[in-house]
Write a new protein. Structure first.
Length: 288
């Protein structure tokens, strides 16, 4: 029986290896090569939440990567997918993704597709959803503070998890607990009940604000505002599926224009979400 972890591409052979902490320096080298801003610490965070494979040639040079993140027994997300242009042209990207799909079992799947990988995911049976816009830049201004917003406290975490599950369509407990550990947070509390939250943590070239979950666009702006103000003059990023309205207007006014897009995709059944708890900014593109 042929070894499914090896493939001959042109005149050299590729091996699929499990991603381990020891592989992170090579993966960081790979992501820098395709223009990603991820630090080695960001790769380490991904590995705490999921598993995956990376492709190397005979002398150990990295050529591709892919990970999957279990969210629930019946749901997983795919991410951290990188293939060099040379491999995309020769089918190695599909070979790598088929190995990842074999590991996810019968779970429903979701991901964010780059322009380069979009056609591959369509061929693998994924359906197309809305685009996500990557807003980033050096903060030049900050929206006015909203008196309803206060700093998040540890005793808010239970309410935040429940709110996030309503917005996300599943309880991503492990990922959210890790983000809470790494982040500063804000909440809106009305009538003794938490109705929105936002997190901000170190990522890439600076910081990222997300998730931001709120009942209305105005609440999303209010929750993000303290984090934007705290990083005036520094690099900040937010990823959002919003294309207009108060939240996007705030991003543009604060010096965070749209930089790039990815496409939301899924395979299986889409998750129902609560319109009273909307995601205005993602945690990141790999985990949604």
């Amino acid at each position: 029986m042929p070894d499914e972890t090896q493939r001959l591409v042109d005149s050299f052979s590729l091996s699929a290896r499990p991603i381990t902490p020891e592989a992170i320096p090579k993966l960081h080298e790979l992501s820098v090569g395709v223009g990603w801003m991820h630090r080695t610490e960001d790769w380490a965070t991904a590995l705490r939440l999921g598993e995956g494979i990376y492709l190397t040639d005979e002398i150990g040079r990295p050529f591709g990567s892919a990970m999957w993140f279990p969210v629930a027994p019946d749901l997983a997300r795919l991410g951290m997918v990188i293939t060099t242009p040379r491999l995309q042209e020769r089918g190695a990207g599909r070979w790598m993704m088929e190995q990842i799909l074999a590991r996810t079992g019968s779970r429903d799947l979701a991901l964010h597709a780059t322009h380069a990988a979009y056609r591959l995911y369509v061929a693998l049976g994924f359906q197309t959803g809305p685009r996500v816009w990557q807003h980033q830049g050096v903060v030049t201004a900050a929206p006015s503070p909203d008196p309803r917003v206060r700093p998040m406290r540890p005793e808010d975490h239970g309410a935040v998890r429940a709110l996030d599950a309503r917005a996300y369509g599943a309880e991503r407990r492990d990922a959210l607990m890790l983000f809470l550990e790494q982040s500063t947070g804000t909440v809106i509390e009305e009538g003794g009940r938490v109705t929105g939250y936002a997190l901000c943590r170190r990522f890439g070239r600076g910081h990222v604000v997300g998730p931001v979950v709120a009942a209305t666009p105005e609440d999303g702006v209010a929750l993000a505002a303290p984090h934007v103000a705290a990083h005036r003059g520094r690099f900040l990023r937010m990823d959002t599926a919003r294309t207009d309205g108060p939240f996007v207007e705030m991003l543009r006014a604060c010096g965070l224009p749209a930089h790039d897009t990815v496409t939301s995709m899924w395979r299986g059944r889409p998750r129902p979400v609560d319109p009273g708890a909307q995601i205005f900014a993602l945690a990141n593109q790999a985990l949604g």
